[in-house]
Structure formats: C-alpha cells, structure tokens
Design a binder for this molecule. Structure first.
Ligand SMILES: [Cu+2]
Length: 147
C-alpha cells in the first residue's frame, strides 16, 4: 500500500512541474519582449499598396481615389530618366519620399484621413512642368456614400 502511494506521488510532482514550466513559457511569449519589436502590420494593416509612376513630367495615375481612410503604401516608381521624388500634402499631413533615381522605386507609408491630398514632385520645378496629382480619400464607412 505504501509502495503504491510512493509511485503515484512522484508522477504528480512531475506533472505539476511540467505545468509550471509550460505556463512560464506561455507567460514569456505573451508578456515578454515589450520593448518594441512588434511585428509590423499586425496593428496597422496596410489597406492597399498603390503604384505611382513618375516620369518627365507627369505622375501616373495622376488621380487616385481611395474608398476609405486608413494606412496606405504608395510605391513610387521612377519610370523616367532623371531623379524624381514624391510629396504628399493635405489634411494636415505632409510627407516626402526620398529622391528616386531613374529605374528605382521607393515606398511611402501614409496614414490617410478622408479628404483631398495633393501629389507633387518636389524636385526642381517638376511640379510646374506637370508632375502633379491628386488623392481623394472617401469617408468609407457610410456604405451608400455619395453619388
Ligand atoms: Cu520630378
């Protein structure tokens, strides 16, 4: 009888130990790391990536309509033969891309509210030469919308 008990006890102890170990591991995965290496995209999903081509001297597309506010990535491609860049301005936001060499591209991550934004190329006088465009962000949630 005593012998039987003795064999049960260690097994229970082992189980408890395993459970503790497991919960420690889970606790680590959940709470640890607090520092700042949150996987990008988990919290602010990018709604859409929009490709914009730049050349002398235009933007393509020049008019962009987005169905709702949110996070967008503008992939800016320099399809021309001189350096360009992209400036986005409107609704209190102003963002510049890096300068983009011919044949290269860059990405601008933008948190857009509903409203109208102007796109321009801030390099030299490219804006006056026609490198302008417009982004319209609709309210989105309203369902039926305007029209
Ligand atoms: Cu330009």
């Amino acid at each position: 009888m005593n012998e039987r008990r003795a064999s049960v006890l260690p097994r229970t102890a082992w189980f408890v130990a395993a459970t503790v170990a497991l919960s420690v591991a889970v606790g680590c995965a959940g709470g640890g790391g607090g520092g700042g290496n949150t996987p990008s995209g988990a919290k602010d999903p990018v709604l859409k990536t929009i490709r914009i081509e730049e050349m002398e001297y235009s933007l393509k597309p020049a008019d962009i309509t987005l169905e709702k506010p949110g996070i967008y990535v503008f992939k800016v491609v320099n399809a021309g033969s001189t350096t360009h860049a992209l400036e986005v301005e409107g609704e209190g936001l102003q963002k510049y891309s890096n300068e983009i060499e011919p044949g290269r591209s860059t990405q601008l991550r933008l948190d857009l509210k509903a409203g109208t934004y102007e796109l321009t190329c801030p390099v030299d006088h490219h804006e006056e030469k026609g490198m302008v465009g417009k982004v319209i962000v609709k309210e989105g949630s309203g369902g039926q919308g305007g029209y």
